[in-house]
Design a protein around this ligand. Structure first.
Ligand SMILES: [Cu+2]
Length: 148
């Protein structure tokens, strides 16, 4: 009985010391088994489309642009005139974009091709996630003003 009593006490004391040293040593968890982290999903980013002119489907770069669901697409006006970008499906009006300015952003809900155009220059057409740049709209001005 006496020896088992001491054995039990020693065991308990060792266990207490182990706990104490773990807590006193900073409690690092670096030795814990690492669980594989799932592959990170795509991080939402801002995709910038540059407005480089007023010439139909050549007015934007890149065109088509590619973006992921959740990304925000913005337009930077690198041209010398005002443009006004709207989504063709009416989901977003990005407002007028002055030369040198950045438009408001439109956040994509999915990666379905979304086309847009400029209300000031209707031939200025572009696409986000389209297979190809859309054909420019017919020029509404008989003299081609604003189209090329
Ligand atoms: Cu325009």
């Amino acid at each position: 009985m006496r020896s088992s009593f001491f054995f039990g006490t020693g065991f308990a004391l060792a266990g207490a010391l182990t706990l104490w040293s773990c807590g006193g040593g900073g409690g690092t968890t670096s030795s814990a088994p690492t669980t594989p982290t799932p592959a990170p999903g795509p991080v939402a980013t801002t995709v910038t489309v540059n407005i480089v002119g007023s010439i139909g489907n050549q007015a934007y770069r890149p065109n088509p642009a590619s973006a992921n669901a959740g990304d925000t697409v913005m337009f930077r006006n690198n041209d010398s005139t005002m443009h006004h970008i709207v989504m063709n499906d009416g989901t977003a009006d990005l407002g007028e974009v002055a030369p040198g300015a950045m438009s408001r952003g439109v956040m994509l809900r999915n990666t379905t091709a979304a086309n847009y155009h400029c209300t000031i220059h209707p031939s200025m057409v572009g696409s986000i996630n389209g297979a190809t740049a859309p054909d420019p709209a017919p020029c509404p001005d008989p003299y081609g003003y604003g189209c090329n």
